[in-house]
Design a protein around this ligand. Structure first.
Ligand code: NAP
Length: 288
């Protein structure tokens, strides 16, 4: 049996970063992302801090506004002001949000043309209709990883585990784009799916976005499956250090796969580069 292919995210992310640098230079852009970070969440602080650090390398300005607490009205007023600020090209409100703030209200308030996370209901509707729009970054990251490694979804049975608006639902829909010749047969599973393995075993391509470490075990997959694991789960090692693992038990499943994304170093590393691409595209559209 040949060695399984490791679907690393870095080369995909590098292409996107190159695209950003070129777009900025050719069009003399000054892309600017505005991020709200509310409450105390170390994982979010790390993620947003990393966006700022990487943005700097690409000449993308990232402003982080951090609050321990803020009222929903005050946050809404700030977003409305930024919607009207021509020097801001993308607005992001990092989740999880404290209980006093309704995430759906905030998602609908961000102007669709600055919605670089692709969460606004208008962008969701456009996505369903296969029209040009901002797409949720992780779903697009999965798609671009498949494209990069020539994984053609056409005529494949693709099983998606997870039905969130952020990853599961959008990737399931993007794999059905008729005009782009992505004609997969898609099954979506979730926490209420009885006997998950009945479905996962049928997958030619298995996509996971669950948030449960090592949920998928070798007996749940068929030989030569292609796995794209978007899960990013914090776990403690035996010597009490924090590390990350996916939704798939990588070590045990590895030899049964035709190809598999590592965690970390897979989908997660592509996601941020998509965010930057969305910001640069937004800056270009506004310049026009
Ligand atoms: P989410 O909103 O919590 O959704 C999780 C989904 O998994 C839900 O649809 C849930 O079902 C389903 N689920 C939970 N337990 C299950 C089980 N035992 N069997 C089958 N399905 C189960 O999470 P999310 O925001 O989509 O994130 C999912 C994972 O992706 C997390 O690990 C997150 O950290 C990661 N993530 C990664 C990136 C990246 O860039 N790589 C970006 C975003 C998220 P119900 O709908 O029935 O509750």
């Amino acid at each position: 049996m040949t060695e399984p292919i490791i679907l690393k995210g870095k080369p995909v992310a590098d292409l996107n970063k190159k695209y950003c640098l070129q777009l900025i230079e050719e069009n003399q852009l000054s892309p600017h992302l505005y991020v709200f970070l509310i409450g105390e969440d170390p994982a979010s602080e790390y993620y947003v801090g990393n966006i700022k650090k990487q943005g700097k390398k690409l000449n993308i300005q990232v402003t982080i506004e951090k609050y321990n607490q803020i009222s929903e009205d005050e946050l809404c007023n700030k977003i409305i002001a930024l919607n009207n600020d021509n020097d801001v090209h993308g607005i992001m409100v990092q989740k999880p949000l404290p209980k006093n703030i309704n995430p759906a209200k905030i998602e609908s308030l961000i102007s669709p043309d600055k919605d670089v996370d692709g969460f606004h209901p208008l962008n969701t509707g456009l996505m369903l209709q296969e029209k040009e729009c901002f797409l949720p970054c992780t779903a697009q990251a999965i798609l671009e990883t498949m494209d990069f490694y020539n994984i053609n979804p056409n005529k494949k049975h693709i099983v998606v585990v997870g039905r969130s608006n952020v990853v599961g639902k959008p990737i399931a829909n993007l794999l059905l784009y008729k005009a782009k010749n992505r004609s997969a047969t898609v099954t979506i599973c979730h926490s209420q799916t009885p006997e998950l393995s009945v479905f996962t075993k049928q997958a030619d391509v298995l996509i996971t976005a669950v948030g449960v470490a090592n949920l998928i075990k070798p007996e749940m997959i068929k030989n030569n499956v292609i796995i794209l694991d978007a899960g990013m789960n914090e776990i403690l090692t035996v010597d009490n250090k924090t590390t990350y693992t996916g939704d798939v038990n990588y070590e045990l499943c590895f030899n049964k796969c035709f190809a598999i994304t590592p965690v970390p170093g897979g989908i997660g590393s592509v996601t941020t580069s998509i965010l930057f691409k969305n910001i640069c595209n937004s800056a270009k559209m506004k310049k026009k």
